[in-house]
Design a protein around this ligand. Structure first.
Ligand code: SER
Length: 240
């Protein structure tokens, strides 16, 4: 079960987001504590990082002071998982996902949504009006890799200790993604009209040091930017 209100919607209704994002976690932590669930997963996010965090190759352990409601709830969740792990021996695993890209689900109120929306518009209108600035680089991942990571972290009988693992795959800016799409759809054009979401993106990392995930449970991404663009266009039935 994965339940959360994402970054943009959470800013519009902070208390509701806090309630949903946290209560759903407490419900399952309590079930695990009582022995009804053997192993738990807590989906965290790059949103735990904030404006004071180093942006390039953001380390696992670093300044972690989120500036969004979503980031605050994800970080609190990380800490509660740590508490239940230490205090009650609950086996809980966690990943800090970057922006996730898939053609199977439509975007749902996140700051990284543009990287999915752009494909629908590229196919339908051959143009896209982006809500982030041209050069805003964010870490992203194709959904299949995210699913593999989620399965991968749940497999080992044990891990060195509970941490919410940094996870990276590739990073790009709206401009770079537009160029990659243009290679497949030459008429495609992009314009920029940054809104409040730019303020959120500005506080997040540009790239992620995920060496601990690689060392501890063998994480390795398989899909890069170009392949992701191909798969997205094909998945949305554009003949490339
Ligand atoms: N993709 C999420 C968002 O943009 C971040 O975890 O809110």
């Amino acid at each position: 079960m994965m339940v959360a209100i994402l970054s943009v919607i959470a800013e519009q209704n902070p208390l509701k987001a806090w309630e949903l994002n946290m209560n759903s976690l407490f419900n399952i932590l309590e079930l695990a504590k009582s022995g009804y669930i053997k192993r738990l997963f807590w989906p965290s996010s790059i949103a735990v990082f904030g404006p004071d965090t180093p942006k390039e190759m953001t380390p696992q352990d670093t300044v972690i002071k989120p500036s969004t409601v979503y980031g605050i709830s994800k970080l609190a969740g990380e800490n509660w998982c740590s508490y239940y792990s230490n205090k009650y021996g609950v086996d809980v695993r966690s990943i800090r996902y970057p922006g996730l890209i898939s053609y199977k689900t439509t975007p749902g109120g996140g700051t990284t949504d543009y990287a999915v929306e752009i494909f629908y518009e590229a196919i339908k209108r051959k143009s896209y009006n982006c809500f982030l600035e041209k050069d805003t680089v964010l870490p992203m991942m194709y959904m299949d890799d995210a699913i593999n990571a989620t399965i991968g972290i749940m497999q080992p009988e044990s891990l060195p200790s509970y941490i919410s693992y940094n996870l990276g795959a590739f990073s790009f800016s709206p401009h770079e993604l537009a160029e990659a799409i243009k290679n497949k759809i030459p008429e495609f054009t992009i314009s920029y009209n940054p809104d409040a979401r730019q303020e959120i993106a500005r506080t997040w990392p540009q790239s992620i040091d995920d060496s601990m995930a690689r060392n501890d449970w063998g994480w390795e991404p398989t899909v890069g930017l170009e392949e992701m663009v191909d798969v997205m266009l094909q998945g949305l039935h554009y003949n490339i």
